[in-house]
Design a protein around this ligand. Structure first.
Ligand code: LMR
Length: 347
């Protein structure tokens, strides 16, 4: 019995340094709040419709990682990609109803709510991504974003997808006249419909998640999108011709449900805003790199016939699309058009 007691005391003595070390280290650990319940944590559900390896998909993941790290797990951004939680269109309603807290839809898809936003959809409205960014940060751009507040939405950033290109299965599109009679998938925007009507093509508004099937079934023969979307959804495998036209901008507003946003503490709002600003810079770069990389991959695969519009041809197309600008002006006035960077020196 005495021997047993000795062994026990001996073990305790041996364990003391380890226990002390463990306790000291525990004190040094940063607080990990991941184990908190959903009530104690701040959960932001973020739904989007594109793949993980697109500029939007990658930025959404980066944002979630940074927020988790910077809040020690107290704020959790749950990202649902590929329309797994809500599909195109549905996601906006889910945000408005407060079922999710954050989305990043194409600006075109907000034009039913705020039609003035379709200035972003005008053909050749912007010559470069820098012009888009400049416009978005300008007085006119901020006025546009603020219009969404009336719908209980707040814009906390802009992410690029890139410039759109045109693919189809019928004939090479070298001149805008070649678009005549072709059924084209577009996003939900009246200005985009007008753009194709102007050149006698037949626009069809179709959800992003069903574009592949619509092309496959022959409901539409062509579509316009950025190269990252065209490749990530494998759309080009169904198309014979691609025109690098850079004719329109596709980008996303980072939207929060405004009621949800207003209830956050100032510290949380600051953390989210700062992190989004940082991710935005990174996202713009990634979007550019990915689109360049995808063009290279498409060129290398030699699986689709590519036509590149020259700068002169682009000017011709832009002129041909001027009725679309008239349509916008008739409906929503000239103010936002006048403030596009390309007209700034002309005013
Ligand atoms: C589309 O519908 O083509 C795009 O808006 C999809 C996306 O979110 O990039």
């Amino acid at each position: 019995m005495r021997n047993l007691l000795k062994v026990f005391m001996y073990c305790i003595l041996l364990a003391i340094p380890f226990l002390t070390l463990a306790c000291t280290q525990y004190d040094d650990y940063p607080e990990d709040l991941e184990q908190l319940s959903e009530d104690e944590r701040l959960v932001i559900r973020f739904s989007h419709v594109v793949g993980e390896d697109t500029p939007k998909g990658m930025a959404a993941r980066k944002f979630a990682e940074l927020i988790k790290e910077r809040s020690n797990g107290r704020i959790e951004v749950q990202v649902f990609s590929n329309g797994t939680l809500y599909k195109d269109v549905e996601e906006l309603n889910a945000l408005l109803n407060g079922n999710i807290q954050m989305i990043a839809p194409a600006i075109s898809k907000l034009t039913d709510l705020v039609p003035e936003l379709s200035v972003y959809d005008l053909p050749y409205a912007f010559d470069s991504m820098e012009e888009v960014h400049e416009f978005t940060e300008s007085k006119a751009g901020n006025q546009l974003k603020n219009l969404l507040k009336q719908h209980n939405l707040i814009v906390l950033g802009l992410w690029d997808s890139g410039f759109k290109q045109i693919s189809n299965d019928t004939r090479p599109i070298e001149h805008y006249k070649d678009l005549k009679g072709i059924r084209m998938r577009i996003m939900q925007s009246d200005i985009l419909a007008e753009q194709y009507r102007t050149v006698d093509a037949l626009p069809r508004k179709i959800d992003f998640n069903t574009v592949f099937q619509s092309l496959q079934k022959g409901d539409v023969e062509g579509q316009e999108n950025t190269l990252t979307n065209i490749t990530s959804k494998n759309l080009y495998s169904l198309q014979k011709y691609l025109t690098i036209s850079d004719h329109g901008y596709l980008g996303y507003f980072l939207l929060f449900n405004y009621d949800f946003w207003k209830k956050l503490s100032t510290e949380d709002q600051e953390l989210i805003k700062e992190t989004l600003e940082e991710v935005q810079e990174w996202q713009w770069q990634i979007a550019k790199e990915l689109n360049d990389q995808k063009l290279q991959e498409i060129e290398d695969c030699r699986c689709i016939q590519i036509h590149y519009l020259s700068e002169e041809e682009k000017k011709d197309w832009e002129k041909r699309f001027s009725p679309v600008y008239d349509y916008y002006k008739q409906h929503f006035g000239n103010y936002y058009i006048q403030n596009l960077p390309k007209y700034k020196d002309v005013k």
